[in-house]
Write a protein that binds this ligand. Structure first.
Ligand SMILES: Cc1cc2nc3c(=O)[nH]c(=O)nc-3n(C[C@H](O)[C@H](O)[C@H](O)COP(=O)(O)OP(=O)(O)OC[C@H]3O[C@@H](n4cnc5c(N)ncnc54)[C@H](O)[C@@H]3O)c2cc1C
Length: 533
């Protein structure tokens, strides 16, 4: 049995854990990052298959005043290109270039829903307001990544003038906190139009978050060499700072009173501080408190109960295609990040009430009914299509293109399909039907040019990341969120009931995404680094 003591151990080598490990190891603390997979990066990563480079998780990166300042602060040099976005309905596509594209988007909606012109204007007006608020929120380099005592220019010319505007946005943001579908229902009468706007988002996404997407579309960036370059840069830094990284090592137990973690081979690793940067349900299930103080035990039990009541967010089905069509074929249609809806009708209740009903009456359903539902789902769904080769031509073999097509999917559905032994057939049907729909609509001839295809289901996401429900951004907006969900309280989001254990990543703060995972990773590191060595 190996016995090792570290100043800090970080469990989970996703973007949050890597950030925490980089910042802790930079101070010279003896640091160990433990990751259960062979690859680091978690939901931020890329892989290569026969010359096609695909992104496994997030398709583009939002700086949000966080990523570039963090890279600069750590001395990581990465080259980025702008990751342009297109929005399409049926045969009409808007390429988003700058703020003037808002008008084009408005016109796109008005073309399909001519009777709703006034409602569309009101929606666009709110969207523009949200965009202004976001400009304030993301308007400066995040102070977390600046050396404020030394950087007087940043302090006086940027941070202090920005603070009053920042504080003034809170009230406005809180007023836009209700679920986006509900908010849109108050200003738009046509249900199809509401669906077309909202079905890209997770169910009950807060209005502010959903309506801020146009700003995100304008600001997405993409690392040259694919998304995996971002975690890759952090890994290099951790090595440079003498931090240790153990891959293929799953933590199966935490002894909080004796301050060690145990891996699957029963190796023990001792820590002074621990950062848990993975699924929180797992954390509460595997942590043993031993002889810790009764107050800690009762806080732990209460928080565990709250966490267990939380609902994991939706997951995703992703289809990876290697096709014998040149980048020019796709470039003529859209930019490399494309949100496409083949039908103006919208999903209606297909992915909400109908799924719920199917899951409730599962035992009475036969396979054909479920497959018929799938047909309708795909016909009216929105697809997120990512084409890495349109951002960086080195990411596909000469004259060919790689595509990643994804739709949001319920984990529970796949779980039930698996119980019945129908999951594999369902997955194949999904692949075939998505290719058929895209061939009939936006990419004529695609199906005859597919050279390779494979897919990832919510079950595979869960298996890979260890995340409950295969969730890709932590907690669902559909039930009470069991962690901090207010910007002004983000500092507390990394605390657990155990004084020397911190949490970070998509389960620690809501709404989650790459920038907030990096923020919580840094905040957890700051807590550890404040302590004397
Ligand atoms: C298709 C897709 C699209 C997305 N789009 C966006 C987007 O546009 N914008 C955005 O901001 N975000 C997006 N996201 C979400 C974003 O990628 C995630 O929120 C973020 O990467 C989560 O990072 P994390 O470090 O918290 O968790 P993870 O990436 O899940 O990392 C956790 C790590 O912990 C490891 N682990 C788990 N349990 C253990 C254990 N017991 N022992 C050791 N290791 C363990 C896992 O293997 C994993 O590597 C998207 C995600 C996906 C999949």
């Amino acid at each position: 049995m190996a016995h090792n003591r570290y100043d800090a151990i970080i469990v989970g080598g996703g973007i949050a854990g890597l950030t925490a490990a980089a910042y802790i190891s930079r101070t010279g603390r003896k640091t160990l990052l433990v990751e259960k997979n062979n690859d680091l990066g978690g939901l931020v990563g890329s892989f290569e298959s026969d010359g096609f480079v695909f992104d496994a998780g997030v398709r583009a990166i939002l700086d949000a005043g966080v990523i570039l300042p963090m890279l600069k602060d750590l001395g990581i040099e990465l080259e980025f290109v702008r990751s342009r976005v297109s929005l399409g309905i049926e045969d009409k596509i808007v390429n988003i270039e700058d703020l003037s594209s808002v008008d084009e988007y408005r016109n796109l909606l008005a073309t399909f829903y001519p009777d709703s012109a006034e409602d569309i204007d009101q929606f666009i007006e709110t969207m523009l307001k949200v965009m202004k608020l976001l400009d304030v929120l993301y308007g400066i380099e995040n102070p977390l990544f600046k050396d404020i005592p030394k950087d007087k220019e940043y302090l006086f010319k940027t941070l202090l003038p920005w603070l009053p505007r920042f504080l003034a946005t809170f009230g406005k943001i809180n007023r836009l906190n209700k679920p986006c579908e509900e908010y849109l229902g108050g200003i738009i009468k046509d249900q199809s139009l509401i669906d077309i706007i909202s079905q890209h988002f997770f169910k009950k996404t807060p209005t502010f978050f959903a309506l801020s997407y146009f700003t995100l579309y304008l600001s997405y960036i993409y690392p040259k060499g694919a998304i995996g370059k971002l975690p890759g840069g952090l890994v290099e830094k951790i090595h440079e700072f003498q931090g240790e990284i153990l891959t293929n090592t799953r933590v199966k137990e935490i002894s909080a009173d004796e301050q060690f973690v145990v891996d699957d081979n029963n190796n023990k690793y001792f820590y002074n501080d621990l950062v848990w940067a993975a699924d929180l349900n797992t954390f509460y299930n595997i942590t043993k408190l031993g002889s810790m103080a009764p107050k800690i035990k009762s806080n732990f039990a209460n928080t565990k109960e709250i966490i267990q009541k939380g609902k994991p967010g939706e997951s995703v089905f992703s289809l990876f295609l290697g096709v014998d069509l040149p980048p020019a074929y796709f470039k003529d249609i859209s930019h490399g990040h494309f949100f496409y809806t083949p039908s103006r009708k919208g999903l209606g209740d297909i992915n909400k009430g109908e799924v719920k009903e199917m899951l409730e009456n599962w035992k009475t359903l036969d396979k054909q009914e479920i497959f018929a539902w799938l047909d309708r789902l795909l016909q009216y769904s929105s697809f997120e299509i990512s084409i890495p080769g349109l951002r960086d031509s080195n990411l596909a073999p000469e004259g060919k293109s790689g595509l990643i097509v994804s739709i949001l999917m319920e984990y529970e559905l796949f779980d039930k399909l698996k119980e019945n032994g129908w999951d594999e057939e369902f997955r194949q049907q999904l692949e075939t039907k998505i290719i058929a729909i895209l061939s009939e609509t936006i990419y004529p001839g695609l199906k005859d040019k597919v050279e390779k295809q494979f897919s990832i289901t919510p079950l595979s996401v869960e298996k890979r990341t260890g995340s409950a429900g295969g969730a890709i951004v932590g907690w669902s907006f559909e039930s009470t969120i069991p962690v901090v969900n207010k910007t002004q309280k983000v500092g507390k989001s990394v605390l657990t009931p155990i004084p020397n254990i911190y949490q970070a990543g998509q389960w620690a703060y809501n709404p989650a995404g790459v920038p907030t995972c990096i923020i919580t990773g840094k905040l957890a590191a700051d807590r550890v680094n404040k302590k004397s060595q």
